[in-house]
Design a protein around this ligand. Structure first.
Ligand SMILES: [Mg+2]
Length: 343
């Protein structure tokens, strides 16, 4: 059954909050060996303080910051416009507020600020970072009712920092996953993954095929499924260097989707499953959070997490701005997305 406008507005909020919550739960766990994570209880019960205490509890990272910057741009322009999104990213980077900016974001921002066109400033072919996934949530929300343009615009968002077609395809699949949550349709995993695969196929047939096969591992034992997914598309040399999920867009996307399909009605349990993977598990948990948020709405995100993620009000306001921009209400002035340091 189609959702009402107020339900859709809530799904906008829940997708963005869900992403930020997963990101903020995973941030303090970065660098903890996967073997230790399996012994820690209750990884998604509450936000842990960052070890050594530099950041406030509930702080999210650069991934959520770039999602918000992309949302500000789209709300302002009322369309996904590569030049504007790139300018928002470069401005945020130049302000020095991006939390631990990844080297490829810094390089892109420097090229943009020197005048490179937005479509040629990104990292070259071969760079397949999971950093492109967060902003695809914006494409999924924006195009939830107009699916024809979704793969193209998700690719536009990816190409600003990463020119590799696998990044465009992963971005399109992630956007599609969020948009389907707002459709109100109850899709079996095979149908859900088939639609994601179709969205990805415009840029990368290999990833499209992996998405079509994803439902197959749902019947496996969890440990075996996760051990398989962390290897998909990753060169052996990169795999050996990593403890936990490698910093590669394919396993991060597949693991995030897997958890949302495996535990479709329990936000906390789905995110715990991902967070235990270690490595880039924060981005994967954020993707699970966004997909479950899009499917279940805000109430499915435990209240403690939904309210205590840092800048929760700002996350909701940004979601609302995007929702109202899509529905023709006047855009408000954008606010800066900051980092709160302790002490
Ligand atoms: Mg991050």
């Amino acid at each position: 059954m189609p959702l009402t406008p107020s339900e859709i507005q809530d799904r906008f909020r829940a997708s963005i909050l869900g992403f930020a919550v997963g990101d903020a739960l995973g941030f303090p766990l970065r660098g903890v060996p996967a073997s230790s994570l399996s012994r820690l209880p209750a990884l998604a019960e509450d936000f842990a303080p960052r070890p050594r205490g530099r950041f406030a509890k509930g702080q999210f990272t650069d991934d959520t910051q770039l999602l918000l910057a992309a949302a500000e741009s789209v709300a302002q322009e009322r369309r996904i416009e590569g030049r504007s999104v790139a300018a928002h990213f470069a401005w945020l980077w130049q302000e020095g507020v991006v939390l631990h900016p990844p080297p490829r974001l810094s390089e892109t921002a420097e090229r943009l600020l020197r005048g490179a066109p937005w479509m040629s400033a990104g990292a070259p072919m071969g760079a397949k970072d999971p950093a492109v996934l967060s902003r695809s949530v914006v494409a999924g929300l924006w195009h939830h009712a107009r699916p024809a343009r979704l793969p193209h615009d998700a690719a536009v968002l990816a190409v600003i920092t990463h020119k590799d077609p696998t990044c465009a395809a992963a971005s399109a699949a992630m956007a599609k996953a969020v948009s389907l949550g707002l459709s109100g349709e109850q899709l079996a995993p095979a149908d859900f993954c088939q639609r994601l695969s179709a969205a990805a196929s415009e840029s990368d047939l290999g990833l499209a095929e992996e998405l079509r096969y994803l439902p197959r591992v749902l019947g496996w034992e969890v440990e075996r499924a996760l051990a398989q997914l962390r290897k998909v598309g990753v060169p052996a040399s990169e795999l050996h260097e990593t403890d936990g999920l490698p910093a590669h867009v394919v396993p991060v996307l597949l693991t995030g989707l897997y958890a949302a399909l495996k535990v479709p009605h329990d936000f906390r349990e789905a995110l715990t499953l991902v967070l235990r993977c270690g490595g880039e598990a924060d981005v994967a948990a954020a993707c699970s959070g966004a997909v479950l948020g899009s499917q279940l709405g805000s109430d499915a995100i435990p209240a403690r997490l939904r309210r205590n993620v840092l800048y929760a009000d700002h996350l909701v306001r940004t979601s609302d701005r995007l929702f109202h921009a899509l529905n023709g209400a006047p855009a408000e002035v954008a606010a800066q997305v900051g980092v709160r340091r302790r002490g």
